[in-house]
Design a protein. Structure first.
Length: 201
């Protein structure tokens, strides 16, 4: 019985190692500080080769930073996009899923530029301040309905949710963490003080 338990534990440990290797965080979340003209949000690259858009959506929602839940990043302005490319560089920003999709049931749906939505409900920017997009409606004869960074430049392209092209996509996904609410920051500060007091005792 003891030997059987040891074998099961070893399998569980090996499985955990495999899962950890399959998904890795490139670096700690970085902030687009409000004092620098940003939105106060944090961003994080999670590398996970060949992950689908749906799995990336779930993965991003399962992550948190400073007590705030994440979501697939929504790059709603060129300034936000330029900031991230400037911090990470074009190469690391390549082939990462984003929180945008094409709603084929929407009244404004058309190929290739109509019906696009952000998962957060933010407005789809069609002005000159929008991020750099390059859309088409054909990937080996199939419709492309999800957003991914592209071309090693941090640009944005549409792609299948589960591409089968052996030449690349995807490398992972980009997580965005909204700015913590003042109450969240206060609770975190109180928690830190409590830890310090216990250590002093």
């Amino acid at each position: 019985m003891k030997r059987a338990i040891e074998v099961v534990c070893a399998v569980m440990v090996c499985g955990s190692v495999v899962l950890a290797a399959a998904s890795s965080v490139q670096a700690a979340p970085i902030e687009w500080a409000a004092g620098s003209g940003g939105n106060g949000h944090y961003y994080e690259i999670v590398l996970d080769d060949w992950i689908t858009w749906d799995d990336a959506l779930v993965g991003a929602a399962g992550r948190s930073h400073a007590g705030v839940d994440g979501h697939l990043a929504t790059l709603t302005t060129s300034a936000e996009q330029d900031f991230l490319v400037g911090v990470y560089g074009g190469g690391p920003m390549d082939l990462l899923w984003l929180g945008g999709y094409q709603d084929k049931q929407a009244g404004d749906y058309s190929e290739p530029n109509g019906g696009w939505r952000w998962i957060t409900g933010e407005g789809w920017n069609t002005t000159s301040g929008k991020p750099y997009f390059s859309f088409n409606n054909n990937y080996w004869g199939q419709s492309e309905e999800y957003l991914i960074t592209w071309w090693g430049t941090g640009g944005i392209n549409d792609l299948l949710a589960n591409p089968t092209d052996p030449r690349g996509p995807s490398r992972g996904y980009l997580v965005e963490y909204p700015a913590p609410e003042p109450t969240t920051l206060g609770l975190l500060a109180l928690g830190g003080l409590a830890v310090l007091r216990r250590r002093r005792k």
